[in-house]
Design a binder for this molecule. Sequence first.
Ligand SMILES: Nc1nc2c(c(=O)[nH]1)N[C@H]1C(S)=C(S)[C@@H](COP(=O)(O)OP(=O)(O)OC[C@H]3O[C@@H](n4cnc5c(=O)[nH]c(N)nc54)[C@H](O)[C@@H]3O)O[C@H]1N2
Ligand SMILES: Nc1nc2c(c(=O)[nH]1)N[C@H]1C(S)=C(S)[C@@H](COP(=O)(O)OP(=O)(O)OC[C@H]3O[C@@H](n4cnc5c(=O)[nH]c(N)nc54)[C@H](O)[C@@H]3O)O[C@H]1N2
Ligand SMILES: [Mo]
Length: 759
Amino acid sequence: MASKPPKSDPVQDTPQIAEPKRAAAGLPAIGHTLRIAQQQMGVKRTALTLLRVNQKDGFDCPGCAWPEPEHRHTAEFCENGAKAVAEEATLRRVTPDFFAAHPVTDLHGRSGYWLGQQGRLTHPMYLPEGADRYEPVSWERAFDIVAEELAALGSPDEALFYTSGRTSNEAAFLYQLFARELGTNNLPDCSNMCHESSGSALSETIGIGKGSVLLEDLYKADLIIVAGQNPGTNHPRMLSALEKAKANGAKIISVNPLPEAGLERFKNPQTPQGMIKGAALTDLFLQIRLGGDQALFRLLNKLILETDGAVDEDFIAEHTHGYEEFAATARAADWDETLTATGLTREKIDETLRLVLSSRRTIVCWAMGLTQHKHSVPTIREVVNFLLLRGNIGRPGAGVCPVRGHSNVQGDRTMGIFERPAPAFLDALEKEFGFTPPREHGYDVVRAIRALRDGDAKVFFAMGGNFVSASPDTEVTEAAMRRARLTVHVSTKLNRSHVVTGARALILPTLGRTERDLQDSGEQFVTVEDSMGMVHASRGRLEPASEHLLSEPAIVCRLARRALGEASRTPWEEFEKDYATIRDRIARVIPGFDDFNARVADPAGFALPHAPRDERRFPTATGKANFTAAPVEYPKLPEGRLLLQTLRSHDQYNTTIYGLDDRYRGIKNGRRVVLVNPEDARALNVTDGSYVDLVSEWQDGIERRAAGFRVVHYPTALGCAAAYYPETNVLVPLDATADTSNTPASKSVVVRLEQSTTD
Ligand SMILES: Nc1nc2c(c(=O)[nH]1)N[C@H]1C(S)=C(S)[C@@H](COP(=O)(O)OP(=O)(O)OC[C@H]3O[C@@H](n4cnc5c(=O)[nH]c(N)nc54)[C@H](O)[C@@H]3O)O[C@H]1N2
Ligand SMILES: Nc1nc2c(c(=O)[nH]1)N[C@H]1C(S)=C(S)[C@@H](COP(=O)(O)OP(=O)(O)OC[C@H]3O[C@@H](n4cnc5c(=O)[nH]c(N)nc54)[C@H](O)[C@@H]3O)O[C@H]1N2
Ligand SMILES: [Mo]
């Protein structure tokens, strides 16, 4: 039997602390998964659904963007993938009766966890101006309302079209087409808060903003460096790949302020011996200070340059640009400064260098630990320098591997969800659809919030996600949203963005990945692109959560017809009926998708071209791979302060909270915790178990406060604290962003701890 959602709220947040775990996955993980899944779906649906994840005729796991292995096990799902599926396939429902019983003011007082646990949205709902209750609305009326507000704008650039990374290629392509036919490039997306820094650094240096390795490259590598990533929780299937790489002889270095369980030891749930014994994954753990990675890679580059024969001179001469200037800068790297910035010892760095020099094929993987700092773009460029030096891009077993988050975030970008589209992409749209796309750049996430705040944007439309909770500076963001004329959310589940609204608001409920998508021409499938540029089909099989749901492509098509009217010559009706016709257009507009419909029929999918990977061709401004030289930066910490990173627990998917435990870190039944090194805690005079407020200090002089966090003594790097997002987003100043990519610097927030007044 599926259980009911929690009744009381706030759900009691009373953290209990045990020793952090040293191993990830394995039996406890499976037991835990089934328990969570059965609470949401019941026993039978759990079995049926989980068997379909990532199977040849099944749906793409909505958990993360890690690629599918070629030979899939019958149960190739991971604990957290299963939780993501259970959240969507839940039997709980949020009906019009629910909204009648819960005015918006009531819902606003609830936690994000409680909201999410209520179940799937079943009907389009409308919040009229001045009202305190959402009421059911017909789809026709809903589209009329959006069209009305769009028509009333002084310019299409007063509308914002946000995307979260679960949206399929087909829906994303239509969505950006609609926005551009309307006349705006305002397409902020979750990527702006996520891997934008990777995209910025990689496009400039290697000519394409995507990773250059395939799964089989990991199996061929001699050395894999995993920096700023917690795969045991966020990309559990990556651990199987690392295990295989290791069996093939690879060494693994993990670079992280925290000793993360999955990287220390992995118990593979897919193999009997793996479940019992587990494999030690990390050969060398570099417990780095937050933001110290650029300094680390800079020094390694200096040391490589100083080693005879360590540099791949032929590669550098033939394929790269900017070597001399880079080399001069790198040679000037300073040991003392590096030790300060990283908190590492000379011995650890020497050991790292030995592993680096004895590897002929090196891969660097990274995620949010590298992308969410002020100096993230130069940090990732330094990683590229590091790989270029020894010719580690564009050959088997080597390359850059930014590990993406949302399951189709990379595909959405490929489909044109980007506020700064390439001119060639717009030319192709113009030619195919016969309209003049806007050329001026649009707003990214941070600029979109400023535009709402300043009254420059008035309509906010979201294709998925939870903008209000995911964005930085919660108070500023909430106030900005409230200034909108209209906020619209295409969603599967209730979240905070539905209750912090503009003057009017709409919730448009949609199908999830797991559900059957039936249109006039028959059953449809959609496509997604994983973190390694592999495109494949995803087909839901479950009965939709409600008969009133529309698919994301259908919502865009109907809205476009209503809002653009006669002005649009695009066959929206045909697109809605048959998604194959959308793919035909994608094939004509986006390079690498030729014969899309035919090729996607192959269950293994197909790889998109990647010039650096496939032919060592670098489509940059110089026509070569670019070395770069930038000053080393790292966060400087004033006396008595800590540097706080805001990260994910094991029981959450971004702003969706599955439960209150963070099993691998030994934390139970509470999320308002702050992990502090015992030595720092002593110096700051805070004991384990005491309650503190986190107060962030930034150059604007404004103090931002998150109250009532339990201090947990934890083996994190000195000076570096950690607490969960989104509770801590109140602390991240809107303007504290990464240079160039404008990504919120949510992994380096300067805080002081104050005795809590609210414990
Ligand atoms: N179950 C689950 N899966 C997910 C998600 C989820 O919320 N839940 N989210 C998805 C999304 S959208 C994304 S983007 C990914 C996120 O995947 P991750 O990037 O793994 O997620 P975070 O929890 O933000 O973890 C950041 C990691 O980097 C480390 N770190 C922080 N700062 C630094 C630094 O300065 N240097 C170094 N070297 N390390 C640092 C942290 O200690 C932590 O281990 O996961 C995706 N998959
Ligand atoms: N402080 C701090 N802030 C961060 C981060 C951090 O590490 N620290 N990480 C950042 C990162 S990496 C990211 S990616 C963003 C995430 O930002 P978002 O992508 O905006 O947030 P999510 O929590 O993933 O969105 C969850 C909501 O998506 C909806 N949803 C789920 N599936 C579907 C679907 O199939 N279709 C539709 N239409 N809706 C669906 C549900 O209603 C659910 O409530 O947050 C960012 N914010
Ligand atoms: Mo992300």
